[in-house]
Design a protein around this ligand. Structure first.
Ligand code: TYM
Length: 336
């Protein structure tokens, strides 16, 4: 018995919306940790294509982007022998659970979500039901698998809190059904900021291409964007509230090199911004070069991607079904 308990691994789950490509922010806030954690935990990672539909997409481009994300998962080191990887839309239990959770979530709660408010302002011509319901789908994603830990960047914290509230409410109402998950937010890398506006988050959908770098960018592009990164007045390389530009670069370098921000401050003490920006660009490029090459290789092998996706969806659906059987019974759906 003791041995069995020692062997039971905790389960981590996370997803990413397929828009554009995986950025440095996504990589340091989430995907790099997924890669590191996959051996220690039972792991489930998915392309959150249903979430991405809350914004209008051109179907053929959307399909290609989603497939490319799957190839980028592999290129970033997710190993299908260690983890389950799949497309959210291939596992219908996500939508099924979302409906049931919808009936246990208040409109007031959903409308208070910061991302809902931000996205409503940004897409004022398309404030659809999905946009508001988005965090409930996310709760369904997480609760469906009885996840213990959810490795995400800081911007998802509020959605995780809502997920916990929904799980606790459901358990109180219907009896113990869902595990109440914890967030796993890294100490460095949880919020990588735009290279052009270091007071705002680096985002996949930023129209200014100089604001982001992505795992599929080549070395010259990456170094050029870091050279152009907006910095602050003064010349000292240190993390400080009035130095958002340099603080962001220090954070990036620390997360890439697995160092603390204080180590980075010491390493570059007395050097100029110019030298530091190039060093950060080169470190990021060195990390992303092999990822870009692997991405090109994997994305060309459609047959392999399809096999993996089918296999991943089958495994995920079978786990999800275990929870759904419980949930259907708890809420009182007829079963024969
Ligand atoms: P998404 O697609 O916006 O981002 C994917 C992951 O990257 C993190 N992230 C960042 N981390 C640091 N700095 C940044 N600038 C940055 N930008 C993004 C995000 O926190 C996230 O971890 N709703 C989610 C996807 C999702 C999900 C889930 C996640 C759907 N279902 C269930 C966890 C569990 C989202 O839009 O992430």
């Amino acid at each position: 018995m003791e041995e069995q308990q020692a062997q039971a691994k905790k389960l981590i789950l996370s997803g990413i919306q397929p828009t554009g490509t995986i950025t440095l922010g996504n990589y340091l806030g989430a995907v790099q940790n997924w890669q590191k954690m996959q051996t220690e935990f039972d792991s489930i990672f998915f392309v959150a294509d249903m979430h991405a539909l809350t914004v209008r997409r051109e179907p053929s481009e959307f399909r290609q982007t989603a497939l490319n994300f799957f190839a980028q998962f592999l290129a970033c080191g997710l190993d299908p022998r260690q983890c389950i990887m799949y497309f959210q839309s291939h596992v219908r239990q996500h939508a099924e659970l979302q409906w049931i959770l919808n009936c246990n979530t208040y409109v007031g709660e959903a409308s208070r979500m910061t991302q809902f408010k931000d996205k409503s302002a940004k897409h004022a011509d398309n404030i659809n039901m999905g946009l508001m319901d988005y965090p409930v789908l996310m709760a369904a994603d997480i609760l469906l698998f009885q996840s213990d830990l959810v490795p995400v960047g800081i911007d998802q914290k509020q959605h995780l809190e809502l997920t916990r509230d929904i799980a606790i409410r459901f358990n109180n109402r219907y009896g113990e059904t869902f595990k109440v998950p914890e967030g796993y937010i890294p100490t460095t890398g949880a919020k990588i900021c735009s290279l052009q506006d270091p007071t705002s988050k680096m985002s996949k959908s930023d129209p200014d291409e100089n604001a982001t770098v992505s795992v599929t960018d080549d070395e010259a592009t990456i170094v050029r964007r870091f050279k152009r990164a907006v910095t602050d007045s003064g010349s000292e390389i240190c993390v400080r509230e009035d130095k958002p530009g340099i603080s962001n670069l220090i954070n990036i370098y620390a997360a890439i090199e697995n160092k603390s921000p204080q180590d980075v401050e010491r390493e570059f003490a007395g050097q100029g911004y110019g030298t530091f920006k190039i060093a950060v660009g080169e470190a990021v490029a060195a990390k992303f070069n092999p990822i870009r090459e692997d991405f090109l290789r994997y994305s060309a092998d459609k047959k392999y991607l399809a096999e993996l996706a089918r296999d991943g969806a089958e495994k995920a659906a079978s786990l999800a079904e275990r929870t759904m059987r419980k949930v259907r019974k708890k809420v009182g759906f007829v079963a024969f």
